[in-house]
Design a protein around this ligand. Structure first.
Ligand SMILES: [Fe+2]
Length: 398
């Protein structure tokens, strides 16, 4: 089967590609380290990429003042919207070049960090972002790039990918290149304590999905499995806590680290069918990425059980969800149940009201196309099987 052959070859090619890790700075109030990190890289005229919500909360202004007080000029581009599209990247790129910026600070969630990566790549290459779609089209060092996530989920601060929306075609595309890994990631829980519970839940489940899809995928290594396990342990412990007690900054910090660890894992291994389906739901209905993943995840865990249960069992043993002498199948079931229990605990719905029966064929076809030869899934899915799974998420489904 071609899919399996390509995945097999990629597994070995993957090992030859060096994916850098950002310099990691962690702790409440550590946003101030932005100054020293920019100065260390001789960046004195930077663009801050952010969104309107963070501006309204006063976070972007605080960062602007911090940098200006240390003689760093700032261009503020705070127009990023969820699912950033090509036009937005072009707008940011134009502003970056017009003001001859020499560095970029992304302050926000995954959409902001992805948009900033695309702006930096497009400005450096002087090419439209669409021309950089796919693998290794950047191949040029980006200007000093600092990522400061304000949600704990996408792990974009640790990854080599930017997801951009092509609004005309109602499709998302990716720019993938080791050059896109930010030089510095600052995880500052102070920026996350005010996040609404629903966003906390959705983004946390995105991180869990990264950790799981990476772990059970055929490209996982002992290094990535260790990152995934560490992330899952933190998420099972701290996600319910931050959901109910959003101002617990220690728990927020743990979730930020979990998201980063899951990012380190999946950027080295890729993801699976949960993301393949979620991306279509995001592109067509603008369903938030984390929420789409959270709803799809249990279905894919069930679908993949036959092939992936030894990996599920390993997770259950490692995270001490079961006694070490538990039967493998039982341990695997315990893991799946643990994921479903977490979803329930943080009120993740099981269906999408936006989903239309007439779109299911297209969603399934696109999801299978996206995964084909690219996602090292433990069990291959047909378009028909995908349609059946997506149907279960209709509000009218039994
Ligand atoms: Fe994701």
């Amino acid at each position: 089967m071609l899919h399996r052959l390509v995945i097999f070859i990629r597994r070995y090619v993957n090992k030859l590609i060096h994916v850098p890790k950002p310099k990691l700075i962690c702790g409440s109030g550590k946003i101030t380290a932005t100054v020293t990190e920019l100065k260390a890289r001789n960046a004195v005229n930077v663009m801050i990429v952010s969104d309107q919500v963070l501006t309204e909360l006063g976070f972007t202004q605080q960062l602007v003042i911090l940098l200006q007080n240390h003689n760093i000029s700032v261009q503020l581009f705070d127009q990023v919207t969820p699912d950033p599209n090509i036009a937005l990247v072009e707008q940011g790129c134009e502003q970056y070049l017009k003001h001859s910026c020499d560095g970029i600070v992304a302050l926000g969630g995954g959409s902001v960090i992805d948009c900033a990566k695309a702006i930096a790549a497009s400005a450096t290459k002087r090419k439209p972002v669409k021309a950089l779609a796919g693998l290794f089209r950047v191949r040029t060092s980006l200007p000093p790039f600092i990522a400061i996530p304000t949600t704990a989920g996408t792990g974009s601060e640790a990854t080599l990918v930017a997801v951009i929306t092509d609004s005309e075609q109602r499709k998302k595309f990716t720019v993938i290149d080791p050059c896109l890994v930010p030089h510095v990631a600052i995880l500052d829980a102070n920026l996350m304590v005010g996040l609404p519970a629903e966003i906390t839940a959705n983004t946390g489940m995105d991180a869990l999905t990264h950790a799981i899809e990476s772990y059970i995928g055929l490209h996982s290594t002992s290094e990535t499995r260790a990152y995934s396990l560490a992330a899952m342990e933190r998420i099972f412990t701290y996600l319910p806590l931050v959901y109910t007690q959003g101002n617990d900054s220690e728990a927020r910090q743990e979730m930020a680290i979990a998201s980063y660890e899951a990012g380190l894992a999946f950027t080295r291994t890729s993801v699976g069918y949960v993301h393949a389906i979620a991306h279509q739901l995001g592109a067509i209905y603008h369903i938030p990425h984390g929420l789409a993943n959270a709803v799809v995840l249990p279905h894919i865990l069930d679908f993949s059980f036959e092939q992936a249960y030894p990996a599920y069992a390993e997770i259950a043993y490692q995270l001490k969800l079961v006694a070490q002498n538990t039967d493998k199948q039982q341990a695997a079931i315990a893991f799946v149940e643990r994921v479903k229990a977490l979803s329930q605990e943080i009120n993740i719905p099981t269906r999408f009201s936006q989903l239309k029966v007439e779109d299911i064929e297209e969603i399934a076809q696109r999801a299978i196309n996206e995964a084909y030869c690219d996602y090292p899934v433990p069990k291959v899915m047909s378009v028909l099987q995908c349609q059946q799974i997506v149907k279960k998420m209709l509000t009218t489904a039994n």
